[in-house]
Design a protein around this ligand. Structure first.
Ligand SMILES: [Zn+2]
Length: 410
């Protein structure tokens, strides 16, 4: 088997792996200024997508320019999320370098799409392919690829512990080589229940004191997880931004949720913001929590809410995910001010950070890899892939960390 890394090696973003020159795994976009795309634009015979996040499917429609009409295989939620992301990219950046495709190519995605459930083996570019629940977001998959001689397990992004939205991964299919993500290879997540309790207590305290809590959250996965948390802790909340539409979408695929009924309850517990900025300004004066995009304060309705609540120390901004260097969210955490919509604003409101991760931490990565002790392991999707591979070697694994452009033969 020939495995070529076109993106996502030694980095997080623009994931793309070409197998035997014909089967492409993921084709993502790296959010940066300007965004980055995989290092080559292949013409595969088939495409398989692991899950619906921008760094795994963001550039996918661009594969369908010209005469190429390769089928795209994915789970039903991944299809819907990828289309939502593509339409959003087109709306925000259409006609510029930042959007490498057109409306026409998005339409072609719907024409070549082939959906599959977990554990249903299908054929793609003369390979046998099977998806297994990866426990990251709804529809996320580990992808097992068999070319007749060699079985590759591409983990995609995964979590070994249960989240409210999705159950953790338990599948460990036999494989001859593993490509494994390593986002949190030097992190130990605290106990999730304790973190949730701490978050709920903090939000409630602010509401009792007469404040408003803005909760910036990624649209896909995180917004729904926070809706579930708010419902279960009886925290009154509004939800705004792209997360609203994604919540509606995911509700239609209960088989890919840990508890479809819980998400239905969480959705009816929250109030969906439908109005314009005048409506948002009124909501920002209430004693409520507001879950809104963007997760790193780089756009979305958060741009309206933050300026409204920033002046009063009784208010709170509760960040819920990792803040990438150079984003307003990171700047706010580090300096107490942030550039919002082109204006640098000091923030008197309290700022907190909660690590509601959807990725395995170091012990989760090792727990999965423990089933592959006699299997070559290729580490990707992280900021310290090489260091993690070295640690695995010291632990007796046959591990390495390829670079973008590298070709590995197994
Ligand atoms: Zn992901």
């Amino acid at each position: 088997m020939d495995i070529r890394f076109l993106g996502g090696a030694e980095e997080v973003g623009r994931s793309a792996v070409l197998v035997n020159g014909s089967l492409l795994l993921d084709y993502g976009m790296k959010s940066a200024t300007p965004p980055q795309f995989p290092v080559a634009s292949p013409s595969p015979d088939a495409v398989v997508a692991s899950h619906g996040h921008l760094d795994h499917v963001g550039a996918l429609p661009s594969l369908l320019s010209g005469d190429d009409r390769s089928p795209i295989h994915w789970t039903p939620p991944t299809r819907e999320l990828a289309l939502t992301l593509a339409r959003d990219t087109l709306k925000l950046h259409g006609g510029t370098y930042n959007c490498p495709f057109t409306e026409e190519e998005i339409k072609r995605v719907t024409q070549v799409s082939e959906t599959h459930g977990y554990r249903e083996t299908f054929e793609a570019a003369d390979h046998q392919v099977t998806f297994y629940n990866a426990g990251h977001i709804p529809g996320s998959a580990h992808v097992l690829i068999d070319d007749g001689d060699t079985r590759l397990l591409y983990t995609g992004d995964f979590h070994t512990e249960d989240q409210r939205l999705v159950a953790g991964t338990t599948a460990r299919p036999a494989a001859d080589v593993v490509v494994c993500e390593s986002t949190y290879s030097d992190v130990t997540h605290g106990n999730r229940g304790d973190l949730e309790e701490q978050f709920a207590t903090s939000v409630r305290t602010t509401l009792w004191e007469g404040g408003t809590v803005v909760i910036p959250a990624f649209a896909i996965g995180r917004t729904q997880e926070l809706l579930l948390i708010c419902e279960s802790h009886d925290i009154p909340c509004y939800v705004d931004g792209m997360g609203k539409q994604v919540t509606e979408t995911l509700r239609q695929y209960p088989a890919f949720l840990r508890d479809g009924e819980a998400l239905r309850r969480a959705k009816s517990h929250a109030r969906f913001v439908t109005g314009r900025d005048g409506h948002r300004k009124r909501i920002a004066e209430k004693n409520v929590a507001i879950i809104t995009t963007s997760g790193m304060l780089s756009g979305g309705p958060a741009m309206t809410y933050i300026p409204e609540i920033r002046d009063r120390p009784v208010n709170k901004i509760a960040m819920t995910g990792y803040q990438v260097e150079g984003t307003p969210g990171r700047e706010l955490l580090e300096t107490g001010r942030a550039e919002i919509d082109g204006r640098v604003m000091p923030v008197a409101a309290q700022v907190e950070q909660y690590d509601f991760s959807a990725h395995a931490d170091r012990s989760g990565l090792l727990e999965l890899l423990d089933s592959y002790r006699d299997t070559p392991v290729l580490i990707d999707h992280g900021d310290r892939c090489g260091a993690f591979a070295d640690e695995l070697v010291a632990d007796g694994f046959e591990a390495s960390a390829p670079e973008n452009g590298d070709r590995v033969s197994i």
